[in-house]
Design a protein around this ligand. Sequence first.
Ligand code: FEO
Length: 395
Amino acid sequence: MKPREIKTGIHWVGAIDWDRRLFDSLVPLPDGTSYNAYMVKGSEKTALIDTVDPAMQHELFGHLNELGVKRIDYVVANHAEQDHSGSIPQVLEKFPEAKVVATAKCKTMLMDLLEIPEEKFIAVKDKETLSLGDRTLEFIHAPWVHWPETMLTYAQEDKILFSCDFLGSHLATTDLYVKDEGQLHEAAMRYYAEIMMPFRGIIQKNLDKLEAYDIDIIAPSHGPMHDKPDFILKAYRSWAFGEPKNTVVLPYISMHDSTRKMVEHLVSALAAKGVTVKQFDLAVTDIGKLAMALVDAATIVIGTPTVLMGPHPNVAYAAILANALRPNVKFLSIIGSYGWGGKAVEQLAAMIPNLKVEIIDPVLCKGVPKKDDLAALDKLADSIAEKHKEKGFES
Ligand code: FEO
């Protein structure tokens, strides 16, 4: 891939990682990703906005060579996470005159993570500006999207917002700008669900903060750029501000089909009452899909057999993940089968302290579900449907 011109003097100089399938040894990347870096040339100074994952730094340096970059005055580090900052030490080695521009918090984190010496930094305050001559960069502090040190950079004259992870998507594509809005919506929602959802309240504040800016292009650090910024801003608003829908998310495991029979009965009963259900077999599911389903679900029902006196470990993993993602769910219940006893419900309940939910009575059965157990599942479906209706949650 060659450097891509965005405007005269502003180029994309990032790397597209088509084959990466896992991020942070946790997040699935079905569509790969990109690490976007941008070279901004002013009449007096030049700035490199973010770098790339160290594994792909040859791509970044290839772009800089191709553009004939001889001097970099500033490396803007919007975010300290290494997929963007990890090549800064090598950039500083090649361009020793460069200073790293970052928030004060990012500065300390980069000193810790990458051992960049303190004298290499310029710490910038919220809304501080930096002149490149005929171009001005404004730094917008945006802590907790999704680390505490994050900022966005706004090129004032060009009306380009370099938004780092915020408003980004894990999507490898040769398209410089979003072309397929359906594909982008799914990738961006997955990204929001996995990375941004735990900070929903802060995302709301940052979306409000951006209202003050006239933005022609959003240039995130993952995925294609937005030349129609309203599309992604509107999507983020719906995810961050939207009310839950008339939807149940049902992650489960079944070992000998008893819990599966309960799941199938409950799903059928909920569907008959007009409730949408998204069912996930945790033995095979993509956890990114599960995270996406949680964005606008009103209720989680967890299905688990009892294993070694507690929930199945895959279910415990999903519960811990849901607790960390802090979706805006309002109700939770647990269903499952046990052989002789156990503490699956108590143990699961202790794993989800972040979820501010009303617990609806669990339904546990001994062995295969029998008539009374199925009746209890019907009652649970009635209760969920009624609660969604009372709250006015719509499909
Ligand atoms: Fe893409 Fe938080 O790094």
